[in-house]
Design a protein around this ligand. Structure first.
Ligand SMILES: [Ca+2]
Ligand SMILES: [Ca+2]
Length: 188
């Protein structure tokens, strides 16, 4: 009997401790209290200094599902110039992929990925790039850089024999044979 009482007390204490019904950060389940937690950028790839130019895609991962109807959530720039990209959202609106056409990419060039504060979660909370939980306008813009690889060196190829020399050698040999035949003819 005593152990049952202890068990019930423990369960009651547990029930008070666990925040039943409280929404997790970024959770927007029906019935949950309204989401006021701003979204953050968890990662931006690529981020190295020798990024392959071929099939280059910029992948931005957010901390929660985003408003996927926002068209200018992110951009890729060279200096001030924004490159044409094809944007697609995946992973339940948490991942934004920007595909850049190869013709717009150069070797050994610095690129900047900008995630704008126009990027909002599904409750229209704007991006909190500096992670202080408050909307700070431009201070919440996220910028990350990467650099493309140097041009692929052309593999060394030994120089082939110039066709001119082949023709020259053939002509010289023919002349020598002709001269030899002619000399033998004169002797005979
Ligand atoms: Ca949120
Ligand atoms: Ca902020």
């Amino acid at each position: 009997m005593r152990s049952v009482v202890i068990l019930l007390s423990l369960l009651a204490a547990l029930a008070l401790t666990v925040p039943w019904g409280t929404a997790r950060a970024g959770d927007t389940a029906p019935g949950a209290q309204q989401d006021t937690t701003p979204p953050q950028v968890l990662s931006v790839e690529p981020n190295g200094t020798e990024v392959e130019v071929e099939h280059l895609q910029v992948v931005i991962t957010f901390s929660e599902p985003m408003n996927t109807s926002v068209l200018d959530a992110a951009a890729v720039r060279v200096g001030e110039e924004a490159l044409p990209t094809a944007a697609s959202w995946g992973e339940n609106g948490t991942v934004l992929t920007l595909t850049i056409l190869e013709e717009h990419l150069d070797y050994s060039t610095n690129y900047t990925v900008t995630v704008n504060v126009t990027a909002t979660d599904v409750e229209d909370n704007p991006l909190d790039g500096n992670g202080n939980g408050l909307p700070d306008g431009p201070a919440d813009v996220v910028e990350r850089a990467f650099r493309t690889e140097p041009p692929v060196p052309i593999p060394f190829q030994p120089a082939g024999i110039n066709p001119f020399y082949i023709v020259l050698i053939v002509v010289v040999v023919l002349l020598a044979v002709y001269a030899a035949v002619r000399a033998r003819g004169l002797r005979g």
